[in-house]
Design a binder for this molecule. Structure first.
Ligand SMILES: NC(=O)c1ccc[n+]([C@@H]2O[C@H](COP(=O)([O-])OP(=O)(O)OC[C@H]3O[C@@H](n4cnc5c(N)ncnc54)[C@H](OP(=O)(O)O)[C@@H]3O)[C@@H](O)[C@H]2O)c1
Length: 282
């Protein structure tokens, strides 16, 4: 039986792992929240790995507040880079395979075409820089890792754009949504499902991959599709805005090319069909 540790298990992606792993009764899943296992503590990690024989570690823990990271640089780097290094070293020492998640924000957004894994990275905010450092720490500490860069995660869990838009619809809000960024919404359940499928397959195609749903959208397109498909379009006033004032700069274009992932592991759902599936389910 494979023993799989999931850190940050109470976060959005962590909760998707809790849901999707029900399809794999033969996996022994160990879900740890930030309180149960603080990944910035080497001692806590060492103790945990001593107590359990871990085959796979899924690091769903991260500092993800993009705005706040501009003011808490040290904390963002501690969780996203230092702790990623801790986890990589402990995985290597214990012969565990590591799954780690990074972001489209490692790119500066000036491209006109989907970013490939080995295109030049050049983050324009603190969060992106801290996640990039995390990738590098893992790559220099070990070999048996999967780093999946993903984008615009949403699901029925945690804090995300999908849930915010539905909440705003219930409040009959007036919404100004930006058209100035292009990316790909990604159902976090698809990501969790794929990771578990890769573990189940026993694949050793380790490395860096891009993972998102297929297609591209602006945040306005995403909001419109959430409202249209869930039949809530007439509950809000939806306005397009070109300008969106934030502390952290965002890449204007951050669509990821999934060619490498698809070749290794199989096809991905289109963002609209995956969104429809989630709305139908809930
Ligand atoms: N959300 C997105 O749009 C997006 C886009 C691209 C990439 N990603 C990446 O995808 C991954 C999952 O993101 P998500 O949306 O699931 O984020 P999330 O909902 O913010 O979950 C992150 C979890 O990490 C936990 N955590 C923070 N510091 C920790 C520590 N020191 N030790 C242990 N746990 C800690 C948090 O717990 P507390 O709440 O208790 O602190 C939280 O439960 C992250 O690597 C993120 O960078 C996300």
């Amino acid at each position: 039986m494979k023993t799989i540790l999931v850190t940050g298990a109470h976060g959005q992606l962590g909760q998707c792992f809790q849901k999707q792993s029900k399809k794999y009764p033969n996996f022994k899943m160990l879900f740890c929240s930030s309180r149960e296992l603080d990944i910035t503590s080497q001692e806590a990690l060492q103790q945990f790995f001593k107590q359990h024989q871990i085959d796979f570690c899924i690091n769903a823990a991260a500092y993800t507040n993009v705005e706040q990271a501009e003011k808490e640089r040290e904390k963002a780097f501690l969780v996203n880079a230092e702790a990623a290094k801790n986890i990589a070293e402990i995985c290597k020492k214990n012969g565990a395979v590591l799954f780690h998640f990074s972001t489209d924000y490692v790119f500066n957004g000036q491209s006109q075409k989907p970013y490939k894994e080995f295109d030049e990275v050049n983050p324009i905010n603190v969060y992106g820089s801290s996640k990039l450092k995390g990738e590098k720490e893992i790559q220099s500490a070990m070999e048996d890792y999967f780093i999946l860069r993903t984008s615009w995660l949403y699901s029925e869990f945690g804090h995300n754009f999908f849930r915010t838009i539905l909440k705003k619809a219930a409040e009959n809000a007036n919404l100004n949504i930006t058209t100035s960024q292009i990316g790909t919404p990604t159902n976090a359940n698809d990501l969790a499902e794929y990771v578990l499928r890769i573990i189940h397959s026993g694949s050793k195609a380790f490395g860096l991959y891009h993972f998102s749903n297929e297609g591209e959208a602006t945040w306005y397109d995403f909001a419109e599709e959430i409202l249209r498909y869930s039949g809530k379009m007439d509950q809000v006033t939806l306005n397009k805005t070109g300008f969106f004032k934030t502390l952290a700069k965002r890449p204007e274009y951050s669509v990821l090319s999934k060619e490498r992932f698809v070749e290794a592991f199989g096809s991905l759902k289109d963002w609209k069909s995956s969104l429809h599936g989630l709305i139908d389910e809930n």
